[in-house]
Design a protein around this ligand. Structure first.
Ligand SMILES: Nc1ncnc2c1ncn2[C@@H]1O[C@H](COP(=O)(O)OP(=O)(O)O)[C@@H](O)[C@H]1O
Ligand SMILES: [Mg+2]
Length: 247
């Protein structure tokens, strides 16, 4: 059983193939990083996996279910979560309020908020566990806009995880973070349970090589390398094209 299976995927914009005949499988629990020069097609591939873009050709399977034609929200219900860029925090609400809203989105109470006291107590317990796990419990009453940027990112990733996704798509999680905040994110990703499959697009090589157990390198919309980090780092073509290292 693969968490994700991409077959002959292509996306054309006008005459240009942003993604061209891309195929790969992802096992459950794998941590894949997609890297490549600007314009290589990373964001496009991400958007195809997530359903924000529809492919010109090819199929995408999520836990062996063909999701190629499903809209983003249906993919989310099946267990895809995307952190950064899409899930945004409600900046004027408190940390706890944001957490409760994220958790309510996943319970049968979704359309009947605060339906029962038991339901509420259950969600409060989960909010408590979630925020303590993120080291944000002391900040639960803080308005989100007053948090540090690193804390906002941590909350965002944590709330993405509170949905217990099967696949977590991380879109440039290091963007705008200090080195210290970035290593916090690395720790969070490393400590995700084995059931969570992760796909990361990021420019920060410390993050990529710190968390990925597999790297796919895109170049002009095609996969030019696919393998474990050590292999990718040693690949002469990758070194030349992407890492900018001349032998
Ligand atoms: N919506 C779009 N319309 C037209 N061209 C696009 C669109 N999105 C991306 N492209 C083009 O597709 C190629 C890949 O872009 P992108 O996936 O954003 O690359 P990356 O994320 O690797 O920098 C680029 O040449 C870009 O200009
Ligand atoms: Mg991009």
């Amino acid at each position: 059983m693969h968490a994700l299976r991409v077959e002959g995927l292509a996306k054309q914009f006008g005459g240009l193939y942003a993604i061209n005949n891309v195929s790969f499988n992802l096992s459950v629990g794998e941590r894949l990083a997609i890297i490549g020069p600007n314009g290589a097609g990373k964001t496009t591939l991400f958007n195809l996996i997530n359903g924000q873009l529809m492919p010109s050709a090819g199929r995408i399977y999520f836990f062996e279910q063909d999701i190629t034609d499903l809209p983003t929200y249906r993919r989310a219900h099946l267990g895809q979560a995307r952190a950064f860029q899409l899930i945004s925090l409600l900046l004027n609400l408190s940390v706890l309020e944001n957490t409760l809203l994220a958790l309510y989105g996943t319970t049968p109470y979704r359309f009947k908020m605060f339906r029962s006291v038991n339901g509420f107590a259950n969600v409060m317990d989960r909010a408590d566990i979630t925020l303590k796990g993120l080291g944000l419990w002391e900040k639960k009453d803080e308005t989100v806009k007053n948090l540090g940027y690193g804390e906002q990112r941590r909350l965002e990733i944590g709330l993405g995880l509170a949905l217990h996704p099967k696949l977590l798509l991380l879109d440039e999680p290091s963007a705008g973070l200090s080195i210290e905040e970035c290593s916090e994110i690395i720790e969070i990703i490393k400590n995700l349970g084995e059931g969570v499959t992760v796909v990361i697009v990021d420019h920060d090589m410390d993050l990529v090589f710190g968390v990925a157990d597999r790297i796919i390198v895109l170049h002009y919309g095609q996969i030019i390398a696919d393998g474990p980090p050590r292999e990718i780092q040693a690949d002469p073509r990758v070194r030349e094209i992407y890492l900018g290292i001349e032998e």
